[in-house]
Design a protein around this ligand. Structure first.
Ligand code: SF4
Length: 162
């Protein structure tokens, strides 16, 4: 019989035993500047349940929502962007903020940003909210890394990250 796959909670508990550059926590407070919603084109991953939730919130029939607001990647969907790389739901602020995708609500605490101090520094230069606002403790940071990690894997499978 194969070994049981550890649950995310078990993985996070294990990770909490190790030392990271963010052991003392990181301050972060979103300034709603839209920096991460504009600029370079990127992927805004949405899972099936998020699609249903956002379609309801925007009062658009789900199949029409999928057709008009999303595009299919290899294995998942992304929210469309304008030609200049702005999320179509960003208009002087996020118009779907209460139901924004997990990818947005866990930013900047993504695995790909926290996997090294250099990666974090590069995220810091793009996000003015990093370094101010409430202190996120190591456990809270790891929890967000855990929540957003499946998105990282999905994007890897779609060959959108290295
Ligand atoms: S770049 Fe940072 S501060 Fe600006 S909207 Fe995104 S998370 Fe908030």
């Amino acid at each position: 019989m194969g070994k049981r796959k550890p649950t995310m909670q078990e993985v996070l508990k294990e990770m909490a035993q190790h030392s990271y550059f963010f052991d003392k926590g990181i301050r972060f407070g979103c300034l709603r500047c839209g920096g991460c919603c504009n600029g370079e084109p990127g992927v805004i991953y949405v899972a099936k349940d998020e699609i249903t939730r956002i379609a309801r919130y925007t009062d658009i029939e789900e199949d029409i929502f999928v057709d008009r607001c999303l595009y299919l990647m290899e294995k998942s969907y992304s929210i469309r962007e304008t030609d200049d790389g702005r999320c179509i739901f960003y208009e002087n602020g996020c118009s779907i903020y209460p139901v924004r995708p997990l990818q947005c609500s866990t930013f900047p605490f993504w695995f790909q940003n926290l996997r090294s101090p250099d990666a974090w520094e590069s995220a810091r230069l793009r996000c003015p909210g990093i370094g101010r606002g409430p202190l996120f403790k190591k456990e809270a940071i790891l929890e967000r890394v855990g929540l957003s990690y499946p998105i990282f894997i999905a994007l890897m499978k779609d060959h959108l990250l290295d």
